[in-house]
Design a protein around this ligand. Structure first.
Ligand code: ATP
Ligand code: MG
Length: 367
């Protein structure tokens, strides 16, 4: 079986630690146990796979368990027997009581000595096994890993940093207490450098996303649980990096621009939340202002239904987003929404609009 390996940035010491530990089991028959901890997606499985791949020129068996699939010890035991059968060519039925199966697995493991082919147990989401009745499987695996029988290494992975605390006392005392921790990236800059180092493997769209620093703000927030400091923020929303939003505004029709300017008008009146009716009222006020100046609307006159289509289009383009939880219960004209652009962003983008805009619109944009 070939194992997929993947380069992990910034995890060299963790990788060496795990490789070394597994090497001791497969080369010298030393039994062991270790827990790899880290957040979801932090690279635990990749770390384990890389370690297994680094042992490709040694003889050993791998048994994989996963707390998500093996929801109780009976299922896990069945899977162990099936995998042992494949590896060892054993002729045993997976039927029989739980106790019989446990007895079979333990006696198979205990029948060996230090020269027996080593077995590496990979226990993904090990914390979930702590909720199985009396933690029987963990108890037995850790117990074998402390004896001089078949060399085994139990490698657990978990997202829970308190896993050791939920191990029962007799299970905990059989665990080696070795842990390999994958820490979350400390700063946004570190995250960027990982992303950049991986650059060569990234697909084009991910690259684009990383360049669009607007989305970085939300990624930063997700990663760090807080918003960037003003200095980092200023860097993130550097006007030069707003190309994408600007580009979207430059492709809007005159009607869509009128709607966007009506929204801008509402923002200047501190209406962070608005609905189509409010936006259309704002548009009517603009028409009234033009009439007061003795000017007609000309090609700036649009009926309400046409304006609604343009409003919906702004939502499709991601310039505004729905923000009401009860959206489906009232007509769409009343769905509350918020604008994803600031007044300044709208004004700056319109100042560089590639086509010639009617002077009334230019004046409206500048207010
Ligand atoms: N430091 C890193 N450098 C490079 N790639 C990484 C790094 N951390 C995570 N990845 C990538 O993120 C993806 C998810 O990693 P992996 O599946 O190993 O995480 P995990 O910790 O096992 O997640 P889970 O808890 O969901 O099982 C993989 O494609 C992995 O290569
Ligand atoms: Mg994983």
């Amino acid at each position: 079986m070939t194992i997929q390996t993947k380069k992990l940035v910034g995890l060299d010491s963790q990788q060496n630690q795990l490789n070394e530990l597994l090497k001791r089991t497969v080369s010298f028959g030393e039994s062991n146990s270790v827990l790899v901890t880290g957040q979801k997606g932090s690279g635990k499985t990749t770390l384990v796979n890389n370690a297994l791949a680094s042992l490709s020129n040694h003889t050993f068996y791998t048994i994989k368990l996963d707390g998500i699939y093996h929801t109780d010890d009976a299922l896990a035991l069945k899977s162990i027997i099936r995998q042992l059968q494949l590896e060892l060519d054993l002729e045993t039925q997976t039927s029989g009581s739980f106790a019989e199966r446990l007895e079979f697995v333990i006696s198979t493991l205990k029948s060996g000595n230090q020269d027996t082919v080593p077995i590496v147990f990979i226990v993904e989401e090990l914390d979930l096994f702590c909720f199985h009745n009396k933690q029987i499987l963990l108890y037995n695996l850790f117990d074998v890993s402390q004896s001089n029988q078949t060399p085994i290494c139990v490698v657990g992975t978990t997202c829970r940093i308190d896993t050791l605390l939920i191990l029962e006392k007799r299970v905990k005392s059989r665990f080696s207490h070795r842990t390999i921790n994958i820490y979350p990236v400390a700063t946004f800059e570190e995250y960027l450098s990982i992303a950049e180092e991986l650059g060569s493997d990234m697909d084009e769209n991910v690259g684009k996303l990383l360049k669009d620093k607007q989305s970085m703000v939300s990624q930063y927030q997700l990663l760090n649980g807080k918003y960037p400091t003003s200095k980092i923020f200023a860097d993130l929303i550097d006007v030069k990096n707003q190309d994408q939003m600007e580009q979207t505004i430059h492709e809007l029709s005159i009607l869509e621009i009128c709607i966007l300017l009506s929204i801008k008008g509402l923002l200047s009146k501190q209406h962070e939340l608005f609905n189509f009716e409010m936006v259309y009222d704002e548009y009517r006020e603009f028409a009234k202002r033009l009439a007061a100046l003795g000017k007609g609307m000309g090609r700036l006159h649009f009926t309400k239904s046409v304006a609604l289509k343009a409003y919906e289009n702004l939502a499709c383009l991601g310039l505004i987003c729905n923000s009401s939880g009860i959206a489906s219960q009232c007509p769409k004209e009343y769905h509350m929404a918020r604008c994803l652009l600031t007044r300044l962003q709208i004004r700056n983008a319109l100042a560089t609009y590639p086509d010639v805009l009617p002077s009334a619109i230019m004046k409206w944009a500048e207010t």
